[in-house]
Design a protein around this ligand. Structure first.
Ligand code: GTP
Length: 355
């Protein structure tokens, strides 16, 4: 089976981490996030993947090459100007080898999901659907467009987000398209599958099936979700064929964690990073070449590539961009985002509760 993975978005909610690195290439449990999706697609029987790239397109091929290390054939198609989700799908159509009527798997490049892809494809074939969407039920659907279905699982509408959602089912960002539906998307312009392609299919009487599966699912769109995704992968809360042995922490080869430092809660420490004496890194992502000073506490935070955190700092739910330098004794609280290359002097930022 073939798959298309949409990886062309700018990842604005994850800035500044996505200034230098596109969201699907950010490390999660020690490998680019996209690796987990590709490995899951492979495990579900996919052998050929076309990556629909746009933003920072060059880094994907530089890392994954022809895909053979993952047991896949990988192709890359780059949009000169971002074409949106539907436009991105249409733009790769001439690289597909599937015949009309064949199912093609389509994944958003920022979804971490344990749902059963094989069962979704089987449901699509059994119903002879135009499109079969993975749907998840969420406790609070107000932040999402909702996707109600009838008793047979047929999608009845795509409803914009509202304070009173008509259904708790939301689009989970993994679709099976019948090949000819891809070819029918208008070429060469911006198209949104959610706002244009799916509603038009319904209007023209085509069958869209909602495949509800409540396995682990996370939209890795903002820093909190990215940090949780990586920690869940490290700890095995969500299994990934790309993670060897789940545990409390993932340490790259060549990482130095001084003896009495603590790395826990699904934290990952990238190659060449250094965690000094007395420091505690809990549920956080410390990227390549970063340094954590003595006695610092880093909780549910991201420390970007080559960023340096001084001694005695506290970071909780914070993001420090690549190459930033945080002086000793700073405290960065929830939501703090330090831009790449910035230098924060010693004891310059404290939690507001201290004031
Ligand atoms: P935000 O800017 O933070 O909303 O993130 P995003 O740019 O990733 O947008 P969004 O989360 O809505 O995108 C969902 C998926 O579609 C992601 O995997 C994106 O990489 C991908 N995507 C979004 N827009 C485009 C596009 O214009 N072209 C391609 N090829 N992929 C896209």
């Amino acid at each position: 089976m073939e798959a298309i993975v949409l990886v062309g978005g700018q990842g604005t909610r994850l800035r500044p981490l996505t200034i230098g690195t596109p969201k699907p290439m950010l490390p999660a449990a020690g490998v680019p996030f996209l690796t987990h999706q590709l490995a899951r697609a492979r495990a579900a029987g996919v052998d050929h993947v076309v990556l629909a790239t746009s933003y920072r397109a060059e880094v994907f091929a530089a890392h994954f090459g022809d895909g053979s290390s993952l047991g896949l054939r990988l192709d890359y198609v780059t949009e000169r100007e971002a074409l949106g989700t539907g436009g991105g799908i249409r733009n790769v159509a001439d690289r597909l080898e599937s015949a009309p009527g064949d199912p093609v798997l389509i994944l958003n490049g920022d979804i971490l999901s344990g749902h059963d892809i094989v069962a979704q494809v089987a449901a699509h074939r059994a119903a002879r659907a135009a499109v079969t969407l993975h749907l998840v039920r969420v406790a609070d659907a107000r932040a999402f467009g909702s996707v109600p279905t009838d008793a047979e699982g047929r999608v009845t509408a795509f409803v914009e987000k509202s304070p009173e959602p008509v259904s708790d089912q939301v689009n989970a960002g993994c679709y099976v398209f019948s090949r000819e539906v891809i070819d029918a998307i208008p070429a060469g312009r911006v198209v949104s599958v959610e706002r244009e392609t799916f509603p038009e299919l319904l209007q023209s009487g085509r069958l869209i099936v909602g495949h509800v599966d409540d396995a682990y699912w996370l939209d890795v769109g903002n820093p909190a979700a990215y940090i949780k995704a990586s920690a869940d992968l490290v700890r095995g809360v969500i299994a990934s064929p790309a993670v060897d042995l789940p545990g409390e922490a993932w340490l790259a080869d060549g990482t130095e964690v001084v003896a009495d430092a603590q790395v826990c809660g699904g934290a990952s420490i990238g190659p060449g990073a250094l965690v000094q004496a007395g420091a505690r890194v809990d549920g956080s992502i410390v990227m390549t070449g970063a340094g954590i000073g003595a006695d610092s506490h880093i909780v549910r935070s991201v420390v970007g590539r080559n960023a340096q955190i001084g001694a005695g700092c506290v970071l909780v739910d914070a993001v420090v961009g690549d190459g930033a330098r945080i002086g000793a004794g700073n405290e960065l609280a929830a939501g703090a985002r330090i831009w790449p290359g910035i230098t924060v002097p010693d004891v310059a930022i404290r939690f507001s509760s201290d004031i």
